[in-house]
Write a protein that binds this ligand. Structure first.
Ligand code: BTN
Length: 318
């Protein structure tokens, strides 16, 4: 109902009477007042004038469901949204919803996370109200091994959307770090639930430093604000991301992985550099010269031997 009331207020230029809203939405005027009061607590600035009614003066830049879905130009992604002020990790909430059968495209957003996590057990700093901390549920008809494609696809989609919004050149460090001038702007974490040969659902988590400052972030990070000097509406950034994600996701399902690979390679910060990879097999060093057709990183060691890595931690060596 809150969503409907906000929609109503957003669509009308001037004041809307409580009577009109109660008639249209088939609720009592007292109920209208109750919802208006709730919306004010969420940060909406709603003026109320006797005999005229209500007018929306300002909206909070919070990733509330009705902010995300209002004017969102996607068919599925983000159309079912959930907001949490504080959560351990949005990944756990999304996973729980996935288990309960939430539809593809469901997104969980948090203002802050107390246990935001990154790849390889790292922590993800989630300063309150400064960034986008979101987990998206997808239900592709994929084999578990194909989920690496989704991670690379997400990196491409986010890089493109953020460049469109900010004009910044963003590079992708294999497999999924988004960098500006070598500093981390965003990270992606993919978790899945699958049978032996079929994915049930995938949760794609992304953390994006939007309006964060150096004090809010770990060393070596950056934000859209730090790079441009401007603040960004997190709602508009997320909407742009969702449009880009849906475009690339639909493309991946229809045309396969090649277009993603091509776009990934052209934004790569990793290819043609010397890297050190650490994974369960130990440490290996060489030149990262290409991505394989499944998204694996191909590295030529000094001995001439080529190895392929599907996961792991890479350090770029000057
Ligand atoms: C990485 O760079 O290692 C991945 C970082 C992913 C962070 C996001 S924030 C939203 C979602 N919830 C989490 O706990 N992690 C992801």
């Amino acid at each position: 109902m809150q969503e409907k009331i906000i929609g109503f207020l957003k669509q009308s230029k001037g004041y809307v009477s409580g009577e009109d809203m109660s008639g249209e939405l088939k609720i009592s005027r007292a109920a209208v007042w109750k919802y208006i009061d709730q919306l004010r607590h969420e940060g909406y600035d709603i003026a109320a004038v006797p005999h005229l009614g209500y007018k929306l003066e300002d909206c909070p830049d919070k990733l509330l469901p009705h902010e995300i879905t209002f004017g969102l130009k996607t068919k599925r992604l983000g159309q079912n949204a959930m907001f949490l002020d504080t959560v351990g990790s949005s990944m756990d909430e999304a996973f729980r919803l996935g288990m309960e059968g939430a539809p593809e495209g469901t997104i969980v957003c948090a203002e802050t996370q107390t246990k935001g996590r990154g790849r390889l057990g790292r922590r993800w700093a989630s300063p309150k109200g400064k960034g986008i901390y979101a987990s998206l549920i997808l239900r592709p008809h994929f084999a578990p091994a194909q989920t690496a494609q989704l991670t690379l696809m997400t990196a491409v989609a986010i890089a493109q959307a953020l460049t469109k919004i900010s004009g910044i050149k963003i590079e992708i460090k294999w497999p999924n770090d988004l960098l500006v001038g070598g500093r981390k702007l965003a990270g992606i974490l993919t978790e899945l639930r699958a049978e032996m040969d079929q994915v049930e659902f995938v949760v794609i988590g992304f953390g994006i430093n939007v309006n964060s400052t150096a004090q809010n972030l770990v060393e070596g990070s950056t934000s859209l604000k730090m790079e441009t000097g401007n603040s960004f509406s997190r709602v508009l950034v997320l909407q742009e991301l969702l449009v880009s994600l849906e475009f690339w996701y639909d493309g991946l399902k229809k045309q396969g992985f090649q277009p993603v690979l091509k776009a990934w390679k052209s934004n790569s910060a990793t290819l043609k550099t010397r890297v050190r990879v650490t994974d369960a097999d130990g440490v290996a060093e060489g030149v990262a010269f290409d991505l394989d057709d499944d998204g694996g990183l191909l590295i030529r060691q000094d001995s001439g031997v080529v190895i392929k890595k599907m996961a792991g931690d890479i350090t770029q060596i000057k």
